[in-house]
Design a protein around this ligand. Structure first.
Ligand SMILES: Cc1cc2nc3c(=O)[nH]c(=O)nc-3n(C[C@H](O)[C@H](O)[C@H](O)COP(=O)(O)OP(=O)(O)OC[C@H]3O[C@@H](n4cnc5c(N)ncnc54)[C@H](O)[C@@H]3O)c2cc1C
Length: 359
């Protein structure tokens, strides 16, 4: 495949208006009229879903507020199919949308496991944070967060701080904060003690094994790659879409892939984890590469390295874990209110960077 080519036309479709898709659409609009397809009329700050569970009112921004100065048209529909041969996308309103270049940015969702016997209204995920909020308002009881990764830690601490009448616990198959340094993990464990969160490490659990009144499942994120799979795009074993250094599908180079759906890698960082911290630069790179292609220029490879992981531990506490270029933790952390402020600024900067691209 040659890196320099000019597509047959300039119809650009972007599927998904999350961090990656919205950023890609805003950049691609510098050289084309872009159609952005997402059923929601709002951009949702997904990284704040645990705050919604704890009572925060709104974490969304009207898409129109980002798009008004750009040549981007929003289509409110759900993508059901991609026909890569005829270069069309089908939506659930039975419309067909032709494209010359496509950006696939459908993100990911939490996947629960178990035998289905838990489907009794006890089980919630980040995606159902609003319903979890309502359930918490119905009165106190016991709540178990399953999964000790960053999402689980943020969820457990946020809820423990906001819901003092609930008895919160966490169950995790490995150690809590597996991506943290020993120092970072020790801090998380001490925060759990302060917030009276009971922590059970080394215990793999299915929902039906747990007798809590409420279970919040944060254990496994899965890319929304079903549409890509049925269109025949090459996927990795863990279900993300394989891309080259320019972020194009290795099997279908007219399709760029960004965000959680992409198995992107760089020499410095290795395979990138699912994060808004990676989705934004991917979106920006894909959008700029589309501009390059439409102008008959050479698209550029993604350049990315890690610096730090930032985590909230409730509203008043946080953790900044410094990492190497490849995301491996260093023995250096910042904690407390200072870290909480850093985390809040980092989260705000994601929307700020989208607003900047929207100008
Ligand atoms: C509680 C929580 C906390 C997090 N905290 C952090 C953090 O602190 N730092 C960090 O870097 N990352 C964090 N993450 C991860 C981060 O939110 C994701 O990695 C990021 O949202 C991925 O961006 P994306 O653009 O790929 O997908 P998303 O932001 O999920 O957007 C996907 C978009 O696609 C749309 N879509 C889905 N299916 C279809 C369809 N069929 N048709 C049309 N549109 C569709 C959705 O409506 C959505 O708008 C957190 C995640 C959660 C759940």
């Amino acid at each position: 495949m040659t890196n320099k080519r000019k597509p047959a036309g300039d119809r650009v479709l972007v599927l998904g208006a999350g961090y990656g898709g919205l950023m890609a659409a805003l950049h691609a609009a510098d050289a084309a009229d872009v159609t952005l397809i997402d059923p929601a009329a709002h951009f949702t700050e997904r990284v704040r879903e645990h705050e919604v569970a704890a009572g925060r009112q709104d974490i969304s921004h009207p898409l129109s507020s980002f798009l008004r100065k750009k040549r981007v048209t929003h289509v409110a529909a759900r993508v059901t199919d991609i026909d890569p041969v005829h270069k069309e996308v089908v939506t659930d309103d039975h419309r067909r949308h032709p494209f010359d270049l496509l950006v696939y940015a459908l993100g990911s969702r939490t996947q629960t496991v178990g035998d289905g016997s838990h489907e009794d209204g006890r089980l919630f995920t980040s995606e159902t944070a609003r319903y979890l909020r309502k359930r918490l308002d119905d009165g106190p009881g016991t709540l178990t967060v399953v999964g000790g990764g960053a999402t689980g830690v943020e969820m457990a601490t946020e809820l423990a701080e906001a819901e003092r009448a609930w008895k919160i616990s966490m169950v995790t198959a490995g150690e809590v904060g597996p991506a943290l340094s020993q120092k970072g993990r020790t801090h998380v464990r001490s925060m759990f003690r302060d917030l009276d969160i009971n922590l059970e490490e080394g215990r793999p659990a299915a929902p039906e094994d747990l007798d809590a009144d409420v279970i919040v499942w944060t254990a496994s994120l899965r890319a929304n790659a079903e549409v890509a799979r049925s269109a025949g795009l090459a996927l990795t074993v863990d279900g993300r879409i394989e891309v080259d250094a320019m972020l194009r599908s290795v099997s279908h180079p007219d399709i760029y892939v960004v965000g959680d759906a992409a198995a992107a890698r760089t020499e410095a960082a290795g395979e990138l984890r699912m994060a808004c911290a990676t989705a934004l630069p991917l979106g920006s790179r894909a959008g700029r590469n589309i501009v390059a292609e439409l102008r008959g220029q050479r698209p550029k490879p993604l350049s990315f390295r890690y610096y730090a992981q930032v985590m909230s531990l409730g509203r008043r506490n946080g953790l900044v874990q410094f990492v190497g270029a490849d995301d491996k933790p260093k023995d250096m952390i910042v904690t407390g209110r200072k870290a909480a402020l850093v985390k809040e600024q980092v989260v705000r900067s994601t929307v700020r960077s989208l607003r900047l691209a929207a100008r």
